[in-house]
Design a binder for this molecule. Sequence first.
Ligand code: AP5
Ligand code: MG
Length: 191
Amino acid sequence: MNIIIFGAPGSGKGTQSDLIVTKYNLTHLSTGDLLRKEIADNTELGKTIYQYISQGQLVPDKMIIDILAKKLDELKTVETDGTILDGFPRTLQQAEALEKLLAQNGTQTDILIDLHVDEQELITRLLKRGETSGRSDDNIETIKKRLDVYHSQTCPVSDYYKKLGKFVEILGMGTIDDIFGRISKAIDAKL
Ligand code: AP5
Ligand code: MG
């Protein structure tokens, strides 16, 4: 099973992914985590990536698609029941590339879960996390840029999956457990 967990910055993609991987025996693939690892390792690629992330901008499609393709290839040998994609795809070009890569492996995306959270709540959560996260993008100026990028570049991805009949919107407000309950119901309906 391949699940995309989708939603604005701070909507709870990472938090819910942790719960989903345990319950459904999936591998968590977070492009944000992969990029931050590259920065932490201080690679040449990491230096370039930092310029984008710290400005709240998306890294170029070609760069992230190459990174994701390599990771999906590595995961072929991992014995789980599928993958949860967190933070990818974020543009239409990435969505098309993902479905092409999955098709090459004889698979496809089964469901896109869109976590819907009010904008003020997103900002509150990210500012709170920013007190301890050390993330270069958890400050009010960059949070606003990330939200703009989400609306202009990432939202169109939901229409792509709506057309494929794979889009499910979930209310991402309330307790973490309540939200996980709603997500589990949506996944179980697809199993
Ligand atoms: P990425 O790491 O994907 O960040 P993001 O999408 O901005 O989202 P976050 O990780 O900030 O939030 P989340 O939805 O995971 O929420 P979380 O569970 O942490 O991307 C970072 C950057 O990398 C991008 O801006 C871009 O530059 C680059 N990038 C990544 N992927 C890319 C791609 N595909 N293409 C190009 N560039 C890419 O929750 C947030 C906080 O809220 C936490 O503190 C959590 O504890 C708290 N929380 C969670 N649930 C609740 C709840 N129910 N109630 C109260 N608090 C809650
Ligand atoms: Mg995250």
